[in-house]
Ligand binder design. Structure first.
Ligand code: 3PY
Length: 252
């Protein structure tokens, strides 16, 4: 694939990522130097705007890390804006049907392949006009990851995974737990059974599966289970946990 994240997934080793919810270029830069394979910039739940996402993308550009952005919703406006500022890999929340997945793919491609609005020389993605073949080849660089995180998404998982242009699927355990009647209990056996079922279906479709791990132990287990990319924690979690632990240690 011309998309570097998908190409790296194809190399066979699980790719470990860190969730960025602080919406801050300074902390993104720190995390980019830590050695994670990918960072997820969250436009769904974190206080991000196009400007803060752009600043984070610029901050991590010098590092050997794959930036992925989660759009707030799988609609054309968000998708074109995120692609225009230079994200090539998008995580799309709440994909519940093949029709939704197809609409997301269409939103990421210029006509005649899709319905993405055209910005060329004014977009960072085009190198500000420097890439002569940008419009014709932009779709080759794009990767779309559909989030499966509801009962409806689980029911439609085979059809979603079969959609051309959906390059990978990602399980959101928190929302999946909520949808299955276990709000706040992503580790509940019924939720984890659903996760195992989803992994099997995604693998059967020949696509890479990703997941948000609940702990470092869970991350190792999910890698062993066959997940191709695993989020192992969040910037907020590191700061919250580390600052509390430091104070406790200092107090003795
Ligand atoms: C979920 O767990 O629901 C996610 O979307 C990942 O944080």
């Amino acid at each position: 694939s011309a998309n570097t994240f998908i190409a790296r997934l194809g190399e066979g080793q699980a790719l470990l990522g860190l969730w960025q919810a602080l919406a801050n270029p300074y902390t993104a830069e720190i995390c980019a130097g830590a050695g994670y394979d990918w960072l997820l910039f969250d436009g769904e739940h974190a206080p991000n705007t196009s400007q803060t996402l752009l600043a984070q993308l610029q901050a991590v550009a010098p590092y050997d890390v794959e930036p992925i952005a989660r759009v707030p919703v799988g609609e054309p406006v968000a998708i074109k804006q995120y692609l225009d500022i230079g994200f090539a890999t998008l995580l799309v929340p709440m994909v519940d049907s093949a029709a939704q997945a197809e609409a997301v793919v269409a939103a990421s491609r210029f006509p005649p392949l899709g319905v993405r609005g055209v910005a060329s020389a004014t977009s960072r993605a085009s190198g500000f006009g420097a890439r002569a073949d940008y419009l014709a080849r932009a779709h080759e660089r794009v990767a779309l990851i559909a989030q499966i995180e509801s009962r409806a998404g689980l029911d439609a998982i085979d059809a979603i995974a079969a959609v051309e242009g959906i390059d990978a699927l990602f399980i959101g355990p928190a929302d999946l737990a909520a949808s299955l009647g276990h709000l706040g209990q992503p580790g509940h056996p019924e939720v984890q059974d659903a996760v195992a079922h989803a992994l099997a279906r995604i693998t059967a479709a020949g696509k890479p599966a990703g997941i948000f791990a609940l702990s470092p132990e869970d991350a190792r287990a999910k890698i062993a289970d066959g997940f191709a990319f695993v989020s192992v924690g969040t910037d907020i979690g590191l700061l919250a946990k580390g600052s509390t632990a430091l104070l406790e240690q200092a107090k003795g």
